[in-house]
Design a protein. Structure first.
Length: 561
């Protein structure tokens, strides 16, 4: 089974950062390096294929997947290799064999050439060798900025680019000589690639550019250890193998055949030279001054949690709502850093967490049960709880079950709806995301989220549904919500339905812990939250500031009494 982890680099050339990685298998250690703009997820099929031969560790390279970016606009491949060495240091690896695919192949060569004492052998599968003219053309055209647009047109561009990337190489060179000779991936595969691209955002350009500008032949000439350079027959980089004219004697260039044959050749080569044992998994170290990530084992899989433990005291659990994740409430979490210990959880099937509860009969009580598992695993006997929208219902359920373990409950944007509105929401609020070859589902997702800032409910585009306030339509915010929605393509619907079905009108009056109800005036649920406060005078009521980054300070006083 593949497990996921975070390694912490407290200080390095590019500052404090975290690296997310996957681990699987038995046997000598092989470092696995993925292509851009994807993540180590792309290497899972190879890891599963080789699991009986090697212990494989596959990091997300900086700025991709869940790994922190370097924080600079331009890096060279030698910088990326240095970053990989810092990662190896963080997990206690002194030396290993390396396998890289496409961009990962270039990183493998940079590692072998620049850090020979750390690499026992390297395989580069799909190696770029460009002429100066080709390099200039690719740098000029391959990597346009990726910036959210108000109308969602950037998603239309992205979908078209990902389709084109499976038809032509380079993707913008639409000529017969640039056609690629293999089946176009399924819409499901394209959608998975799109979500990976969205994880990196505009950072996608950094690793790509480093690969294309890398002086790849000069690196091969500097390699002293055993190295295999290959490419499958259908790979557009297969023809680049014959361009290699400068290499050291220790570098073998062997054209591959089918996918199976090429991977078998790579595995056999690694088996001849991979002899270093894999270290035990290193516990994730905290970072000061910010929320840091960890993967937590629970029954049924792993959950991504974010934490800060700079100070002592009762932990504040900050919980997101449906179609969301811990990064959506990051401003609230960060506003509490340094004042209280903070914990934020990606609920099952949301964000970066496995779906440990399944898709049948999803309930708020099941979500609460998973949060109890997290608290038990972390040794937290008692927490204060903040939840946004449906996230607040999870806290209410927990406070109803175990009031001895929930000190205070803060619920913002409360789902205090009458039966008629609930029926409308259950019928129309969560349309299915049906991926199609033409990408129309992406515009549906974009405008669904954007309309939440214009109408209430978002699907009521009549005069009665107009939100008469300054619209909150920040494209970056909408992009974050759409990305998290696409990470939970079915669970977002089930989570919302569970929230709408929750008996809040019976549970809230009966809860026996101090409760604060609050909302910013821009939220469409402001009036519903205010109505909940009026119906439950035992609850405190407070108007939140407009900025989420100020919310923690706004309710910290409540948590202290």
């Amino acid at each position: 089974m593949i497990s996921r982890h975070f390694a912490t680099i407290p200080a390095g050339r590019f500052g404090a950062r975290q690296v997310h990685y996957r681990r699987m298998g038995h046997g000598p250690l092989v470092l696995m390096l993925h292509q851009s703009p994807l993540s180590s997820r792309d290497l899972e099929p190879v890891m599963q294929r080789w699991a009986d031969r090697f212990t494989m560790i596959a990091p997300d390279t900086p700025g991709y997947g869940l790994s922190d970016p370097f924080g600079v606009e331009v890096v060279e491949m030698d910088d990326v290799a240095q970053g990989v060495v810092e990662f190896l240091d963080a997990i206690g690896v002194q030396r290993c064999a390396v396998y890289g695919f496409h961009t990962g192949a270039m990183i493998a060569a940079a590692l072998a050439a620049g850090f020979p004492e750390r690499v026992s052998a390297a395989v580069a599968n799909g190696y770029v060798v460009l002429s100066p003219e080709e390099r200039a053309d690719i740098v000029a055209n391959y990597l346009p900025r990726f910036e959210p647009q108000w109308d969602g047109s950037h998603l239309t561009w992205l979908w078209a680019r990902l389709r084109e990337q499976t038809i032509f190489f380079p993707w913008y060179a639409r000529r017969l000589e640039n056609r690629m000779d293999f089946d176009v991936p399924s819409t499901g595969q394209l959608q998975a690639g799109l979500v990976e691209f969205l994880r990196s955002g505009d950072h996608y350009r950094i690793g790509y550019r480093a690969a294309f500008t890398f002086r790849s032949q000069e690196a091969l000439a500097r390699v002293r250890g055993p190295m295999l350079v290959t490419a499958a027959s259908f790979d557009p980089l297969h023809s680049h193998l014959e361009r290699i004219t400068r290499k050291s004697p220790s570098v073998e260039v062997v054209p591959g055949g089918s996918l199976d044959a090429t991977l078998a050749m790579a595995a056999d080569f690694l088996a001849q030279h991979a002899y270093d044992a894999a270290p035990a998994v290193v516990r994730t170290r905290p970072l000061r001054g910010r929320m840091w990530s960890d993967m937590l084992d629970v029954p049924g899989g792993q959950l991504r949690v974010r934490r800060n433990t700079d100070v002592d005291g009762t932990t504040v659990l900050v919980q997101h709502d449906a179609a969301s994740a811990s990064d959506t409430v990051e401003p609230v979490s960060q506003s509490l850093v340094g004042q209280r210990p903070v914990l934020a959880i990606d609920l099952p099937g949301h964000g970066e967490s496995d779906n440990t509860i399944g898709e049948d009969d999803v309930t708020v009580a099941k979500y609460a049960g998973v949060v109890w598992q997290v608290l038990d695993a972390l040794g937290l006997d008692r927490v204060d709880f903040y939840g946004m929208w449906g996230g607040g219902l999870v806290g209410l359920e927990m406070a109803s079950q175990r009031p001895d373990r929930i000190g205070h409950l803060v619920m913002s944007d409360v789902l205090w709806f009458d039966d008629a509105l609930i029926r409308r929401l259950q019928a129309d609020y969560t349309p299915p995301i049906e991926v199609n070859w033409y990408g129309g589902h992406l515009l549906m997702c974009w405008h669904l989220m954007r309309d939440q800032g214009l109408f209430w409910p978002w699907f009521d585009r009549t005069r009665a549904g107009i939100l008469w306030r300054e619209p909150y339509l920040d494209p970056q915010m909408i992009q974050l919500r759409v990305t998290n929605m696409l990470k939970a393509p079915t669970m977002w619907r089930r989570a919302y339905q569970a929230h709408f079905a929750y008996p809040i009108r019976a549970r809230l009056p009966a809860v026996r812990v101090p409760v604060l109800l609050c909302a910013p005036q821009w939220d469409p649920n402001f009036t519903h939250t205010e109505a909940a406060a009026q119906a439950n005078p035992q609850c405190e009521w407070r108007v939140l500031p407009d900025r989420m980054s100020e919310w923690g300070s706004a309710f910290l006083e409540f948590l202290e009494h």
